[in-house]
Design a protein around this ligand. Structure first.
Ligand code: PLP
Length: 401
């Protein structure tokens, strides 16, 4: 009998989305007429199709596969040079210098944020915000690591800051945040960078939602902060930037400056380790997808993606404006596709879920699914249809007025 990775026994059952589906289906069955009126504002997936520039590039990629002169087999594990250069150029336009050699193209940020635990040992102090994108927690549990939570709450604006009296080795940060929509400013990120440098820690910075930042004062990359290349890895994704949730492409920046001393005194480069990890376990992102990804970062591609983002941001504004009007405390919604609001009337998040479903047939995501500190909060997303979002918020306003 094989010995199993019994760390899996320590995982909490992930019932959030299945429970939402179950409760929604049960309601529909019991109330077919009202069930037909359900509006879903819970999804974290995009709904608008890919833009024409991307589609044309994907077609080009497919056509290249059709003749022996242009056919591509295995590509570089790190990504094609053209894709890495396009990403470096995108950083440059946002005021950040990144060496294309530090960029690793992948099939998305979920894989990379999950696989990064391969680079670290098991006795680290791993700091994870609560509430949080559950992948950081579960992948550490699978690896047998302990996780220390940092509380996000209304007092700190769901942006936990370093506790200088506590040591950390590995720190997960996500900004703009899923699920809270909260976004660190440059001073706050500087504090994290200084803390990480003082602790010889590494920050794992997830910027999957950076394209939703419109406030020019807010950093879209941790590398906008001085010193970050000595202490941070950045994960990003084309999922929300360009609608690639089903097409799959992301990238991770592991600066060559990230060098730590092993217990035998040898210097270990995280860039070299990640390269080795990827070359061993990953065979590269498909050529076709990378053709599409490359043009996302062209002038035309950026413009086209921005149109979709603006559509979602208009939805976010409708939701945020409704919360403001009703005096409901909320976070996010401006530089983020997520609106994280405090459940009205002292409700807990699952209670709020049922209340919204039964009274106005609006489905959202209970905050409890993202951690202990989410239990009185509720997440709505802006990835839906505009007219439906408006209607959902009209119903919401009537309910809570
Ligand atoms: N990081 C965060 C914070 C997310 O919310 C998500 C998706 O919801 C991801 C990463 C996953 O991105 P990808 O689709 O690139 O795997």
């Amino acid at each position: 009998m094989p010995k199993l990775n019994e760390n899996y026994l320590n995982l909490k059952a992930s019932y959030l989305f299945s429970e939402i589906a179950h409760r929604t289906a049960a309601y529909k069955e019991a109330n077919p007429e009202k069930g037909a009126q359900i509006i879903r504002l819970g999804i974290g997936d995009v709904t608008l199709p890919l833009g024409k520039v991307v589609i044309d590039a994907l077609h080009e990629g497919v056509d290249a596969m059709a003749t022996s002169e242009t056919f591509k087999g295995y590509g570089p594990e790190q990504g094609y040079e053209a894709t890495r250069n396009a990403i470096a150029d995108y950083y440059k336009r946002n005021g950040v210098e990144v060496d294309p050699g530090d960029i690793f193209v992948s099939d998305g940020a979920k894989s990379d944020t999950g696989n990064i635990t391969d680079l670290f040992g098991h006795d680290n102090v791993v700091l994870v915000p609560d509430p949080v994108y559950p992948v950081y927690v579960d992948t550490n549990i699978m690896a047998g690591n302990q996780v220390t939570y940092m509380a996000g709450n209304a007092e700190n604006g769901f942006l936990p800051m370093p506790d200088k009296s506590q040591h950390a080795d590995v720190i997960y940060l996500c900004s703009p945040n899923n699920p809270t929509g909260a976004c660190y400013n440059k001073e706050q990120l500087k504090e994290w960078v200084d803390y990480a440098l003082a602790n010889e820690a590494v920050i794992l910075f997830d910027s999957a939602y950076e394209a939703f930042i419109t406030d020019p004062e807010l950093p879209r990359s941790i590398f906008a902060v001085e010193g970050a290349k000595k202490c941070a890895i950045e994960f990003c994704s084309l999922s929300k930037t360009a609608g690639f949730t089903g097409t799959r492409c992301g990238y991770t920046v592991v600066p060559k400056e990230l060098v730590f001393t092993a217990s035998n005194g040898e210097e270990m480069s995280l860039n070299a380790m990640w390269n080795r990890r990827q070359c061993t376990k990953f065979n590269g992102t498909s050529y076709i997808v990378q053709k599409g990804a490359e043009v996302v970062f062209s002038d035309e591609g950026i413009k086209e993606c921005q149109e979709n983002i603006n559509y979602y941001k208009r939805n976010a504004k409708v939701i945020a404006d409704t919360m403001t009007k009703l005096g409901i405390r909320f976070f996010g919604g401006i530089n983020s596709p997520y609106i994280w609001f405090e459940c009205p009337n002292g409700m807990e998040s699952w209670e709020c879920f049922d209340y919204l479903l039964q009274n106005i047939q609006v489905v959202g995501t209970p905050g409890a699914g993202f951690g202990e500190n989410g239990k009185n909060y509720f997440r709505l997303t802006s990835f839906g249809n505009y007219e439906k979002t408006v209607e959902a918020m009209e119903r919401f306003e009537k309910l809570f007025k």
